[in-house]
Write a protein that binds this ligand. Structure first.
Ligand SMILES: *Cc1c(COP(=O)(O)O)cnc(C)c1O
Length: 446
């Protein structure tokens, strides 16, 4: 247990003021909580921008054209889309809703890429209508669908094919023979991917811009990219042989890992970028094809660490464990509705009292929410001071990605506000929902 804020985990500007309160970009979380209520997501704008900028810089090389897209599903609002776009990133979207956020943010549609294994006709129509840069094809049926939409619109839509190459990477492990028993992509091994190439080549309304592969999340080293790129490049060589087409673009996906807890040790962006680009050079040389344009799609690596959640502690319950030791169940005013990752993936988080520094004895603690589920856990295993009390603020680090974006209204709890701070000033990214917002959906009341 520590009141210190590990810079590998917390937002770049996070520190404690003389009162012991955590501050983000110079503003104390106590003030932010007073203004916006709790739970509240707080983002360090300068930190988001810096991570975005660092990504572009790390992938900028003389011999390969590269681009970086921000995976909007991690968390997207119009302001966030503008920040990352101003720093040189395009935007990945996975639905008409995410697309609309990017468009309302003023992002050039040519810099937007649409993903998804079941894009609806409406999703695709909207994408084609606005002139989206790339559609990432995920099934044979989608080729028919998009072909007919693009034909009717009288345009040629640039597409990438999402390949399933039997590689799955999580943290330190890359599994080379990962079973293909999952919903994403066109399997190379089964021949579905080549059938997709044939179909796109036959279409007058679709143009095969390139290939795409995304191998997982929380990837800490480049070995998974090496394995995947090996197979993707083999496939590119087969396309050349079969159709005489040189694949001009290769999107290696996202999934670059971040530190959530002490000991998490992902590659830094410069090293990761260098490894990925070296792998691409080596693999293309091996099969004697020119190095294509390379794209990457980080989400978590941009927005994860710059965001935190601040909760207010409501109740504390000592529970005696079989071993005779006591665990404190610390209940906060949110839970699985604003952070489902602990329940869904056994995700681990770092937490600390945010409104003061305590010298209390560390006690084995579990931070839980206010929902009607015993699995409603925010931080499964941590230590917090014995003197923690109702009204204290708890900050949970690295909740910027896949928390607010996955939030629900379970128990009719309005979803929290997300605010950003820059140079001591806060702004709303998303306002807090109200119970009235939720009741407005109720057909019995309209
Ligand atoms: C989820 C996803 C990403 C981003 O993943 P992160 O772990 O947030 O970097 C990128 N590309 C695709 C296709 C994805 O599905």
């Amino acid at each position: 247990m520590s009141s210190e804020l590990d810079p590998a985990i917390w937002p770049a500007s996070a520190t404690r003021n003389s009162a012991g309160e955590i501050t983000i970009a110079g503003l104390s979380v106590t003030e932010i909580a007073a203004e916006y209520g709790t739970p509240v997501f707080i983002f360090d704008e300068a930190d988001v921008r810096k991570r975005a900028r660092d990504y572009v810089a790390a992938f900028k090389v003389d011999d390969i054209e590269t681009s970086v897209h921000y995976a909007g599903k991690a968390f997207i609002t119009t302001k966030i889309a503008q920040w990352v776009n101003q720093e040189g990133l395009g935007i990945d979207v996975a639905s008409a809703g995410e697309l609309e956020v990017a468009l309302r943010a003023g992002i050039d549609p040519a810099q937007i890429v649409m993903h998804g294994n079941n894009k609806s006709v409406k999703d695709l129509e909207r994408a084609v209508e606005v002139g989206i840069g790339r559609v990432v094809i995920d099934s044979l049926i989608e080729i028919e669908r998009l072909n007919s939409i693009a034909s009717s619109a009288g345009i040629v839509q640039q597409v990438l094919l999402r390949l399933t190459v039997g590689v799955e990477a999580h943290t330190h492990e890359a599994i080379s023979t990962a079973h293909e028993d999952q919903k994403f992509g066109l399997s190379v091994a089964s021949g579905m991917a080549m059938a997709a190439v044939d179909n796109v080549m036959e279409s007058d309304a679709l143009s095969l811009a390139g290939l795409h592969s995304h191998i997982g999340s929380q990837i800490f080293d480049a070995s998974g990219f090496e394995l995947a790129t090996h197979r993707v490049v083999d496939f590119a060589a087969q396309i050349k042989q079969r159709h005489g087409l040189t694949v001009s673009e290769l999107d290696v996906g996202g999934g670059m890992g971040i530190a959530y807890v002490a000991g998490d040790d992902p590659l830094d962006v410069t090293t990761m970028a260098k490894s990925i680009l070296d792998i691409v050079r080596t693999e293309c040389a091996r099969v004697k094809i020119p190095v294509p344009k390379i794209s990457v799609e980080p989400g978590r690596a941009i927005i994860g660490n710059p965001g935190i959640t601040v909760y207010e502690v409501g109740t504390i319950k000592p529970v005696e464990l079989d071993s005779g030791i006591t665990r404190h169940y610390i209940s906060v005013d949110g839970g699985m509705s604003d952070n489902i990752r602990t329940a869904l993936y056994d995700a681990e988080y770092t937490t600390t009292i945010a409104n003061r520094v305590s010298t209390g004895m560390p006690v084995i603690s579990r931070v839980v929410g206010k929902h009607c589920e015993s699995g409603d856990i925010v931080v499964r295993d941590t230590q917090l001071p014995a003197d923690i009390r109702p009204g204290d603020l708890l900050a949970v680090a690295a909740t910027g990605a896949y928390c607010r974006s996955m939030a629900s209204n379970y128990n009719h709890i309005p979803r929290p506000a997300a605010v950003c701070v820059n140079e001591g000033k806060s702004q709303v990214l998303l306002r807090r929902e109200t119970i009235e917002d939720l009741l407005a959906l109720d057909g019995g009341l309209s």
